[in-house]
Design a protein around this ligand. Structure first.
Ligand SMILES: C[S@@+](CC[C@H](N)C(=O)[O-])C[C@H]1O[C@@H](n2cnc3c(N)ncnc32)[C@H](O)[C@@H]1O
Ligand SMILES: Nc1nc2[nH]cc(C(=O)O)c2c(=O)[nH]1
Ligand code: SF4
Ligand SMILES: [Mg+2]
Length: 238
C-alpha cells in the first residue's frame, strides 16, 4: 500500500508523559480538522523529506505517495529508538496503510481521536496512544455534540489496557472552556492513564497561569492531570 507522508525523521518526543524518549517520527499528510492553533502544515506535498542523520537539518526527498516498504526501511535506519511516532496531519486517515506496516519497534499514535471506525483498524498494533481532545470552538465543526461523541467513542476503542498506554492531551488556549473540558474528561477518565494539559505554543493565545492551575486542581479529582508545555520548541529540534 501507499500513503502520503510529509516527513520522516528521528528526534525526541517533545510532548506529554514520554517527553525526552527517542523516537522515529512518520508524519502523514492530510487532516480532517483545521484547528486554529495548529503548528504543522497538513497539506500534501509532492515530495516527502527524510532526515537520514538526526539533527543534521539535511534532507533527501522521495516522491509521494510512499510505499510501506520505503517507510519501514527509513524507520529501521534509526538506532536505539523507544518507539515510532505516527503523526500528521491525522494518521488515522491512513489506518489501512498503518495496519499493513511491518515495524519491529512499538507504535505510538498521535491522533485527534475523531475517527473511531478507523481506530478499530489499528488498535491491536498500537503500544501507545497519545489522544487529543479537540476543544475547538463549537462553531468550527458542523455538529459539536457529534464531534465530542466521536471523540469519546475513539477513546473507548483505543482505551488503556495492559498492552497499550492510552493517555490524553488537551491544548489549552485562552478561549478554552473549562466546563466543556470537565464534561469530556469525566466521560473518558476510565479509558486513560493520565491527562496532560498542553498550553498552546503561541504566546498571544496563552491562558492565564492561574486558570490552568485551577483547572488542573479540579481535574485531579477525576484523573492524574499534568501541565506540560511542548519541549522540542525550547531547543529548536524537529
Ligand atoms: C500536529 S498534531 C498531529 C496529530 C493529530 N492531528 C493531533 O492533533 O493530535 C500533534 C500534536 O501537536 C499539538 N499541537 C498542534 N499545534 C499546537 C500548538 N500551537 N500548541 C501546542 N500544541 C500543539 C496537537 O494538539 C497534537 O497534540
Ligand atoms: N519532537 C517532537 N515531538 C512531538 N510530539 C508530537 C509531535 C507532533 O507533531 O506530532 C512532535 C514533533 O513534531 N516533534
Ligand atoms: S487535528 Fe492535529 S494536524 Fe489536524 S489541524 Fe488539528 S492539530 Fe493540526
Ligand atoms: Mg509537532
Amino acid at each position: 500500500m501507499y500513503a502520503p507522508v510529509s516527513e520522516i525523521f528521528c528526534s525526541v518526543q517533545g510532548e506529554g508523559p514520554y517527553v525526552g524518549s527517542r523516537q522515529a517520527f512518520v508524519r502523514f499528510s492530510g487532516c480532517n480538522l483545521s484547528c486554529s492553533y495548529c503548528d504543522t502544515p497538513t497539506g500534501s506535498p509532492g515530495m516527502s523529506r527524510f532526515e537520514e542523520k538526526s539533527g543534521s537539518g539535511s534532507f533527501s526527498y522521495l516522491e509521494n505517495p510512499l510505499s510501506g516498504d520505503a517507510v519501514e526501511r527509513m524507520v529501521a535506519s534509526f538506532g536505539n529508538i523507544h518507539s515510532v511516532s505516527l503523526t500528521g496531519g491525522e494518521p488515522l486517515l491512513h489506518a489501512e496503510f498503518i495496519s499493513g506496516l511491518n515495524i519491529s519497534k512499538p507504535l505510538y499514535l498521535e491522533s485527534n481521536m475523531t475517527l473511531p471506525h478507523m481506530a478499530k483498524k489499528v488498535r491491536d498494533k498500537l503500544s501507545y496512544v497519545s489522544g487529543d481532545v479537540k476543544m475547538i470552538p463549537p462553531s468550527s465543526v458542523e455538529d459539536f455534540d457529534d464531534h465530542i461523541e466521536r471523540t469519546i467513542e475513539c477513546f473507548r476503542v483505543l482505551k488503556n489496557t495492559k498492552n497499550r498506554d492510552c493517555f490524553c492531551k488537551i491544548v489549552i488556549t485562552k478561549d478554552t472552556d473549562a466546563d466543556d473540558i470537565e464534561g469530556v474528561v469525566g466521560a473518558i477518565s476510565g479509558y486513560i492513564s493520565c491527562l496532560v494539559l498542553q498550553p498552546v505554543s503561541q504566546a498571544e493565545s496563552l491562558p492565564k497561569q492561574g486558570y490552568l492551575l485551577d483547572l488542573q486542581e479540579k481535574l485531579l479529582d477525576n484523573v492524574d492531570t499534568k501541565i506540560i508545555p511542548q519541549t522540542h520548541r525550547m531547543w529548536g529540534c524537529l
